[in-house]
Design a protein around this ligand. Structure first.
Ligand code: SER
Length: 319
């Protein structure tokens, strides 16, 4: 029987993943944890919840013992743009959090999923169809911690036999909890503003392509990889995964198919633009497809249709 601990469970991915995994494994077998209780009330009540800061090594060990955890989905992290505002905090949470989780996993025989990111690449990486195995010299603190996390997960697998697995997520687009301080967040905000004000000023410039994925596919990727036959996994950690690549103009054109009067303007933020410029335009995710059957369901058109439908209900905004 699976007993799963999710760290960062009240974040953008964690909130939806908790409900998704509780649907698969039962409410009591998925323990949500977060460093604050600020978030979805229903999630806190539907199953076990622990206040847990991943930099507290003892706390991580105790929560795992208490619930008999055999799988950790380690989502707690500071995202790229926020990490540039406070690199020291990002280092502490992203590095020490991952280290603590891996140490507890080693001691207690726990499997670990850790997401890496497109941020694990840098300006010297081939930008188009970025290979699975390539140059990784990121220029952001977030990227540095993600590459180190990938390597640490490989190390704990090879040295201690910890069942570590992970993907490199692109920007994740969703209609639930907002992302917290990433570079790809514009692609979420644009839908809210399209419905509320019929216009959006993008902080990412025209012609800047980044990989993206709808939340449903992101959740499925975590579940599928953790259920995959380990004998087929050549890479284990840090699989490139993507569902689409677009720039703000392409996204706006898709929104205009539903909201013709939608207007896109630009108010480019130099910090986030520089981060985006250093990331790939599009990933090659063939290793994930071959090794564990990755196959996303949503493209830009089907995601946009679904986002607008769901958000218009949530925001009570007709179009
Ligand atoms: N969405 C993330 C960010 O922008 C990428 O991992 O920081």
């Amino acid at each position: 029987m699976k007993k799963i601990l999710i760290t960062g469970a009240l974040g953008q991915i964690g909130t939806e993943l908790t409900t998704y995994l509780r649907g698969h494994y039962g409410n009591n077998n998925v323990v949500a944890s977060n460093r604050s209780k600020h978030g979805d009330e229903k999630l806190l009540e539907a199953g076990p919840f622990e206040l847990l800061d991943v930099v507290d090594a003892k706390g991580v060990a105790e929560v795992c013992k208490k619930h008999g955890i055999n799988q950790i989905i380690h989502l707690a992290a500071i995202l790229s743009a926020n990490a540039e505002k406070n690199p020291q905090l990002a280092y502490d949470i992203n590095m020490n959090g991952t280290y603590n989780v891996l140490e507890v996993a080693k001691e207690q025989g726990i499997a670990v999923f850790t997401p890496s990111s497109i941020a694990a690449f840098g300006a010297s990486t081939p930008a188009d169809n970025t290979p699975q195995d390539t140059i990784q010299r990121p220029s952001t603190m977030y990227g540095v911690t993600k590459v180190a996390g990938e390597l640490l997960c490989d190390y704990y697998f090879k040295r201690y036999g910890v069942d570590t697995r992970g993907v490199r997520f692109p920007g994740i687009i969703s209609n639930g909890v907002l992302p917290g301080g990433g570079t790809t967040d514009y692609a979420v905000h644009i839908y809210y503003e399209a419905l509320k004000n019929k216009k959006y000023a993008s902080y990412i410039g025209a012609g800047t392509y980044m990989d993206m994925m709808y939340m449903d596919d992101a959740l499925k990727s975590i579940h599928d990889l953790m259920e995959a036959n380990p004998d087929k996994l050549v890479h284990r950690n840090a699989f490139n995964v993507t569902a689409m690549s677009f720039d703000p103009e392409m996204l706006a054109a898709e929104i205009r198919k539903h909201i013709p009067e939608f207007e896109l303007t630009y108010d480019v933020d130099p910090v986030r633009q520089a981060i985006a410029n250093s990331w790939p335009n599009s990933l090659d995710d063939s290793a994930a497809r071959e090794e564990w059957g990755w196959n996303p369901k949503y493209d830009l058109a089907s995601m946009t249709k679904d986002m607008l439908e769901k958000l218009s209900v949530k925001l009570n905004a007709k179009y």
